[in-house]
Design a protein around this ligand. Structure first.
Ligand code: NAP
Length: 493
């Protein structure tokens, strides 16, 4: 039976003012998973007003106490991990083992930020004048708009909500329309953990209207957006108009380089996991393999054999390796890119069409696909496809591999397989992405380090780790002069 949810505004679960509703569908079966509010700008205005009203109290609430609420939320998430993971698989399709990982990432991040309640460290530094004290403290920025995508429906919201909340901000959360149920469950968990009314508000509804109204609302101080480059750019322009802070985490075109000295079996495992996990719908998904010519044939043969053995199906079936893609539109876009690749002259080695799964005629399944003979300038090697499509590009040496790796508009994650420590360290220095892996695939970030990308992947901010606190707090420098006389910095020497 479909779950039913409402908006959460000022501590109450409420319908959209105009009464609108929208559905969230299971991409494997086409069944309705949940019904939620289809909000409008008036609901956004209510949510922002509630967040603004709650801010004065919440920012003064001691940070360790804010952290304790997060700690209780993490405990609840851990207790409910299996339910949340199953809801996730039903709502967006990723296989159940990966859904558990997504929830676990949310739990890890929530514990981590709970601990930050007792740190939130600033600096004390020596003052240049005698009898003077100098320090910096972190201050909340105000009302935060958190706008999230559907592909990590638990991890990404926690990346935004937890540092924002522990930092003393209040939040209006607008989740993706494909995964609103999970967002409602997360808000419920935080409410039950003891968040005061108005501190966290939720509005569901279309990005083009609800998301846009949130971005443009004058009382929103910071917009934290994860999603497509196209939408992110539009958000940034609107934030510039309002002189708002904006943190963007956008697309990727990530590559794994395989050198001729690599452990090929290990590389094959890493490539399969990175390219076809979550059906290729991760921002860090590997969509290019850059292979040194000496091992091109061997790698391509091993990869094709393993890809052909992948089982496509409903993510709730533990035997499934590759679940559905998120919706019909995504399926069509992926297929269009496959046709573009063929027209560009790439060699289709396997896959290349929607997949039929017995008993799931309404599902959005696409066969894991591999192209060989791809040139680095082809569109399939440059543009984000966001599906289970992988392109192999042959190169002569590490220098060329680095050039190809760095030669796209994006800079999120890159990986290299080599047994040569010198090559590994050179690659670590030269690969111009926010995340680099040695002898591991492009996915698998841990929450205690910064997450984010260079170039078109974002605007220089990072999620997770203590780096996230730099997005959700601002520095205040405080000087205490206890000399009892006028002291002039830089002048009295
Ligand atoms: P999307 O279509 O850009 O949507 C992301 C979020 O923005 C959704 O909540 C969406 O609402 C909302 N939105 C859309 N248009 C908006 C607008 N004009 N103003 C305000 N909000 C708007 O992206 P997606 O398809 O959900 O996610 C896939 C993309 O996210 C990929 O490009 C992927 O690489 C990227 N991603 C990046 C990272 C990272 O950390 N770098 C992580 C994960 C995903 P609706 O759902 O209602 O349209």
């Amino acid at each position: 039976m479909a779950e039913s949810y409402r908006n959460h505004i000022g501590g109450r679960w409420v319908d959209a003012r105009a009464g609108g509703r929208q559905q969230s569908l299971d991409p494997a079966t086409g069944e309705v998973v949940a019904e939620v509010a289809r909000s409008e700008p008036a609901d956004v205005a209510d949510a922002v007003a509630a967040a603004k009203a709650a801010f004065e109290h919440w920012r003064r609430h001691p940070a360790p106490k804010r952290g304790e609420i997060l700690y209780r939320a993490a405990e609840a998430m851990a207790r409910r991990k299996e339910d949340l993971a199953r809801l996730m698989t039903r709502e967006m399709g990723k296989v159940i083992a990966e859904a558990r990982g997504d929830v676990q990432e949310g739990i890890d991040l929530t514990y981590f930020m709970a601990g930050e309640g007792r740190r939130l460290a600033g600096q004390t530094v020596p003052a240049e004048s005698p009898d003077k004290f100098a320090m910096s403290v972190r201050e909340p920025v105000g009302v935060v708009a958190a706008i999230t995508p559907w592909n990590f429906p638990m991890a990404i919201p926690t990346w935004k909500l937890m540092p924002a909340l522990v930092g003393g901000n209040t939040v209006v959360f607008k989740p993706a329309s494909d995964t609103p149920a999970l967002a409602c469950e997360l808000v419920r968990i935080l409410e039950e953990a003891g968040l005061p009314p108005g501190v966290l508000n939720l509005v569901t509804g279309p990005g083009a209207t609800v998301g846009d109204a949130l971005v443009q609302h004058p009382d929103v101080t910071l917009v934290s957006f994860t999603g497509s480059t196209e939408a992110g750019r539009a958000v940034a322009v609107k934030c510039a108009d309002g002189l708002k802070r904006v943190s963007l985490e956008l697309g990727g075109k990530n590559a794994i380089t395989v050198m001729d000295d690599a452990d090929l079996d290990l590389a094959v495992e890493g490539i399969l996991w990175s390219a076809y996990g979550t059906s290729g719908q991760r921002c860090t998904a590997c969509s290019r393999v850059i292979v040194q010519r000496g091992v091109e044939q061997a790698l391509s043969a091993r990869l094709s054999a393993r890809i052909n053995a992948l089982r496509v199906g409903n993510g709730l079936d533990p035997a499934t390796d590759v679940g559905p893609v998120i919706n019909r539109r995504a399926l069509e876009k992926i297929d269009e890119y496959v046709q573009i690749g063929r027209a560009e002259g790439a060699e289709l080695l396997t896959g290349g069409a929607p997949a039929a799964v017995e008993g799931l005629a309404a599902g959005n399944f696409y066969a894991p696909t591999l192209f060989g003979g791809v040139r680095a300038t082809m569109r399939i090697a440059q543009e984000e496809i966001f599906g289970p499509v992988l392109s192999m590009i042959a190169v002569d040496d590490l220098d060329e591999a680095v050039r190809v790796n760095n030669g796209t508009a994006y800079g999120l994650s890159s990986a290299i397989y080599t047994r040569d420590v010198n090559r590994a360290f050179r690659a670590m220095r030269e690969l111009s992405t926010g995340i680099v892996y040695i002898n591991a695939g492009t996915i698998g970030a841990e929450i205690q380090l910064p997450f984010g990308g260079t170039r078109g992947t974002g605007n220089g901010h990072r999620e997770a780790g203590t780096a996230a606190l730099d997005v959700y707090t601002e520095w205040k420098a405080c000087y205490v002069d206890f000399s009892g006389r006028l002291q002039r910095a830089q002048i009295d020497r």
